[in-house]
Design a binder for this molecule. Structure first.
Ligand code: SF4
Length: 478
């Protein structure tokens, strides 16, 4: 998962790019990068870590430009090194820069074609190179002296036809215009905003609307599946749906990835989570579970837990105190040490949990490791019964579209029944939302729910699943 941002303006937008990346920092903490354009030149800086770390020693004024792209990266595949950080650029034709969010699934084939047929050297394992080179390769065949909007649309269509997977891209073509486009399924978000300035309307594209709140932009709209929006050098906005398949917006954006104050397709993430929480009531009733209190796994599960508590009319309590200064827990090799790290991060509040039947709500259960530690801590601190409630259905299938769940053997629900999972987690019961229950909430919004249902909108073959798993294992992010 990554966060992207692009601004086409009139004055220096580099400070906006850096601040905007901070707003979507939760989408990637491995690296951050900014590229701007001014006076015929691209200027860029990329670094590893959080935005504050990557830009700590950078004089932002040296990146001054009126057009620019920004990126924060979580490397689901590929290295976490600065070489794999975005934005990327090529100098022919024109000079084209690009950022993207998503995952290309036919990367093996594309690398071969780009290397062997088009003599483009793919240097990194970052998918943006594949998207950028495919786009540039088609564009360079056009009449470059008279490049038209149609030529640009055709080049996007070429990408949509040949690059399989999920991708939302923002691109600047030097001296020609600013471009944003999505894959034919619209799996990853891409949202357009604008701001009126004395010199005219300034446009922005990004992964989450929270960036608009930070930077004072007004929401225009979400890009549709297969759509391209092109802003020409006269600042005129053109758009077209070029290649459209079954629209399939990633439902996990609502469940976990996005900030609760972001809005996708007119739906506030916080309200969606409350709705999903309320819908869990039915599942608890079916399971015959009547808890004394509902607690959440901080921070993403708060709205699910409060929605469920409201519906059940059972008190919600903050039963786990979170230490926000403790980072990723499972890099620690030793199991005993790992246990302590989890307690450092999430510590039960003994007076709240002791002697009670507790329903602990989380957004999902992926590997189950943290869930097991949480249940054990709650029991050590006196909880009478613990029911682990997942706001999403069992994650049984790998995500091939850029979310860090791409190895099937890691997914606890892919390899165990619900009863077996309860045994492994050491809790009384595990209660999941069902696929049907989730779909009921989204009858009016076409979603991707492939990690729960196995119904991949793009289609999939075992060969591609194996290639993605291999690449993931190579990248050593386990
Ligand atoms: S498989 Fe799951 S996480 Fe991946 S895009 Fe689809 S809904 Fe989102």
């Amino acid at each position: 998962m990554c966060g992207i941002l692009g601004i086409s303006g009139f004055e220096d937008i580099s400070p906006e790019l850096v601040s905007g990346l901070v707003a979507i920092q939760h989408r990637g903490q491995d690296s951050a990068g900014v590229l701007t354009y001014r006076d015929g030149r691209f200027r860029s800086h990329k670094g590893t870590g959080h935005v504050s770390q990557a830009f700590r020693k950078v004089d932002i004024s040296k990146l001054a430009g009126n057009i620019g792209l920004g990126h924060v990266r979580y490397a689901t595949i590929g290295s976490t090194e600065a070489i794999d950080a975005q934005p990327f650029a090529v100098n022919y034709p024109f000079g084209i820069a690009m950022v993207h969010n998503g995952n290309v699934i036919n990367f093996v084939k594309l690398r071969e074609v780009l290397n062997d047929q088009y003599h483009r050297m793919v240097e990194t394992s970052n998918d943006v190179e594949l998207l950028l080179y495919t786009f540039a390769t088609y564009l360079q065949e056009k009449d470059l002296g008279n490049l038209s909007k149609e030529d640009i649309y055709e080049s996007v269509e070429f990408v949509q036809k040949h690059v399989k997977g999920a991708y939302s891209c923002i691109t600047y073509i030097k001296g020609k215009g600013f471009l944003a486009f999505t894959d034919p399924y619209g799996i990853r978000p891409l949202i357009m905003g604008k701001k009126e300035t004395e010199k005219g309307t300034q446009y922005i594209f990004t992964s989450e609307t929270v960036v608009f709140d930070y930077l004072g932009y007004e929401y225009v709209r979400d890009l549709e599946a297969g759509e391209a929006v092109f802003i020409d050098t006269e600042n005129r906005v053109h758009s077209r749906i070029l290649k459209r398949e079954r629209p399939s917006f990633c439902v996990f954006e609502y469940i976990y990835f996005a900030r609760e104050d972001s809005v996708f397709r007119q739906r506030l993430v916080a309200s969606e989570r409350v709705r999903m929480g309320k819908a869990l009531e039915k599942r608890l009733q079916e399971a015959g579970v009547y808890p004394d209190i509902i607690i959440d796994v901080p921070n993403s599960a708060y709205f699910f837990a409060s929605g469920l508590a409201e519906k059940l009319q059972v008190p919600y309590r903050r039963g786990l105190a979170k230490n926000r200064f403790v980072g990723r827990s499972f890099i620690t090799a030793n199991a005993e040490l790992r246990k302590h790290v989890v307690r450092q991060k999430l510590n039960p509040i003994r007076d709240i949990v002791s002697g009670r039947k507790i329903a602990v709500v989380d957004d999902s259960i992926v590997r189950g490791t943290t869930s097991r530690h949480i249940v054990n801590m709650l029991k050590e601190d006196g909880a009478k019964e613990v029911y682990f409630v997942s706001a999403s259905p069992p994650v049984k299938y790998p995500c091939i579209y850029g979310i860090d769940m791409s190895v099937k053997k890691e997914l606890i629900a892919a390899n165990n029944t619900t009863e077996e999972i309860a045994g492994k987690l050491n809790c009384e019961k595990v209660i999941y939302q069902t696929v049907e229950g989730l779909r009921d909430l989204y009858r009016d919004l076409p979603i991707c729910d492939a990690c729960f249902s196995g119904d991949y909108p793009t289609g999939i073959t075992q060969e591609i699943l194996d290639q993605i798993e291999d690449e993931k294992l190579k990248s050593n992010r386990m």
